[in-house]
Design a protein around this ligand. Structure first.
Ligand SMILES: Cc1cc2nc3c(=O)[nH]c(=O)nc-3n(C[C@H](O)[C@H](O)[C@H](O)COP(=O)(O)OP(=O)(O)OC[C@H]3O[C@@H](n4cnc5c(N)ncnc54)[C@H](O)[C@@H]3O)c2cc1C
Length: 477
């Protein structure tokens, strides 16, 4: 072990300096805080002690590369920068390591980039680009499997079960599965309602399903802490309690103001996910719509309850609602389920959102009617205005890069985005040739046509309206 690696491994364990505060709202507040404790998630409660780190920034420093945000994206970017480009980055995190979505998700690693289906890629970009994007997802999945190989993150492999929540969805699902098989050579299979309920899980809503071959459930905190350790072992420095509160660029050099000192960096990678504030960088103002998702975990099910739900599969599951549910049986026989939450940070703690989710779970699994909920939390998902991520250098003259906008599908793709972000920072981004690497995150748009920042102030109003409309489409129309 060389001395750099040794000193990187010997660190300190920075404790929280403030309790968890759930009310942060990226559209209203300047930063997600300083040194806040974790959200009360199942992952944090069962993920073991957070790993050692390099302490908060305590004086002005000069670095080659600063990464903002120590979630899946920032940590994997640091891993790939060190491993593939010989660059030892400094990762600046506002709170504790992996404090954002990374320790709050459903742990479903799916073969996707962004929210759109393959058929939607074809309509938007044409067949050639759709094939490139599909290949990017397949490569990303391989990259992810390679990365988690030596991290004990309780993988639940085998694929993804996409359950039709109503009969009327089945024809569309059958069409998509055929397209996946015939056009993309991706072995998606259709299952009848009887197949699903008999052989997989007795979700009472299931009208059938599509099973796709790729999909892995992981323990979110164990994976994040594994990435963190890997990044430090490779020489990256990770600084919790170091929010970037000011970002100035002068003569091509970046000055990142943190409470303990200014970090002067030659290049900056932004990996702040759904926690990106409006003021972090001018290139990001109004480019993301942060959306809240919530999640609950039940107590451990008894054998009788597992049997009553016929919960045979431990693979990851989602349903076909636009406001989808994501759920699975965890390795310790609890059920985790999540879906949409409030619209604003201030409204998120309102118990009605948790109650909505509990009653959704009861609809699927009446046998779990009175089951105790042991964990309940929520977090901000980074949704881009065209539902596709971007890993890009938004201003050709400035060495600032971002990887953002996975739209609730970042558990797997963030590791590939980290790899792509590292390529950009190392000066190899121009080799990447797909719309997600060659254009900026778009501004809000009207009916997917006119794109403009003038729509930004109306986004939450639009979101409220869309939630009602999607609710009607999902349940009634
Ligand atoms: C409830 C929920 C369920 C989800 N379920 C799934 C799922 O099952 N499958 C899936 O694929 N995806 C899921 N997601 C999305 C997934 O978790 C994210 O796509 C992924 O974690 C994004 O990682 P990230 O590193 O880009 O961002 P994050 O993990 O959000 O990390 C960003 C970090 O940046 C820090 N930060 C922000 N501003 C600053 C600043 N100014 N200075 C310093 N640091 C800053 C934040 O504190 C935060 O820790 C879910 C999300 C939520 C909220």
């Amino acid at each position: 072990m060389d001395t750099t690696t040794q000193s990187a491994v010997q660190g300190k364990r920075t404790a929280a300096s403030q309790p968890f505060d759930p009310s942060y709202d990226p559209l209203k507040d300047a930063t997600p805080g300083v040194g806040k404790d974790y959200a009360p998630t199942y992952w944090v409660a069962t993920g073991g002690e957070p790993p050692e780190d390099d302490g908060p920034i305590e004086h002005d420093i000069e670095v080659d590369v600063a990464i903002i945000g120590a979630g899946f994206t920032g940590l994997t970017a640091a891993i790939f920068l060190a491993e593939q480009h010989g660059i030892k980055a400094h990762v600046l995190e506002a709170n504790r390591t992996s404090w954002g979505c990374t320790t709050r998700n459903g742990g479903q690693a799916q073969c996707a980039t962004g929210r759109l289906k393959r058929s939607q890629w074809i309509s938007r970009y044409g067949l050639k680009v759709a094939h490139q994007l599909h290949q990017e997802c397949i490569d990303a999945m391989e990259n992810f499997k390679e990365l988690i190989k030596d991290i004990d993150c309780e993988p639940q492999p085998g694929g993804h079960l996409y359950i039709a929540h109503r009969d009327k969805v089945m024809p569309t699902l059958e069409k998509e599965a055929k397209l996946l098989r015939d056009e993309f050579n991706y072995d998606a299979q259709i299952l009848s309602a009887t197949d699903v309920k008999r052989d997989w899980v007795d979700d009472k809503e299931a009208a059938g399903a599509m099973h796709e071959p790729e999909g892995i459930g992981i323990h979110a905190a164990k994976l994040a802490f594994g990435y963190h350790k890997k990044a430090r072992a490779l020489g990256a420095k990770i600084h919790p309690q170091s929010p970037v509160q000011g970002f100035e660029t002068k003569n091509g050099v970046h000055y990142l103001k943190t409470p303990g000192g200014v970090v002067k960096a030659k290049a900056v990678g932004i990996a702040t996910g759904g926690y990106t504030s409006q003021s972090l960088h001018p290139q990001l103002k109004n480019r993301l719509l942060p959306i809240l998702s919530n999640s609950i975990v039940t107590r451990v099910l008894t054998d009788k309850e597992i049997e009553a739900c016929n919960f045979q599969t431990k693979q990851v599951i989602t349903d076909t609602r636009i406001l989808r549910h994501y759920y699975r049986r965890l390795p310790d026989n609890r059920v985790q389920i999540g879906s949409r939450s409030a619209i604003t940070g201030r409204d998120a703690p309102n118990k009605k959102y948790e109650s909505m989710l509990i009653s959704d779970m009861h609809r699927k699994f009446p046998a779990l009617k009175d089951i105790q909920i042991d964990f309940s939390w929520w977090g901000w998902v980074d949704v881009s205005h065209d539902m596709m991520p971007r890993i890009f250098q938004p201003e050709a003259k400035e060495t600032v890069y971002y990887a953002l906008g996975y739209g609730g599908n970042g558990v797997m793709y963030s590791s590939q985005a980290g790899r792509r972000l590292a390529q950009w920072i190392a000066g190899k981004g121009k080799e990447l040739d797909m719309p997600i690497f060659t254009s900026k995150l778009p501004h809000p748009n009207l009916f997917e046509k006119v794109e403009s920042p003038v729509f930004a102030p109306f986004r939450r109003f639009g979101q409220r309206f869309l939630y009602r409309w999607y609710g009607l489409k999902d349940e009634k129309i």
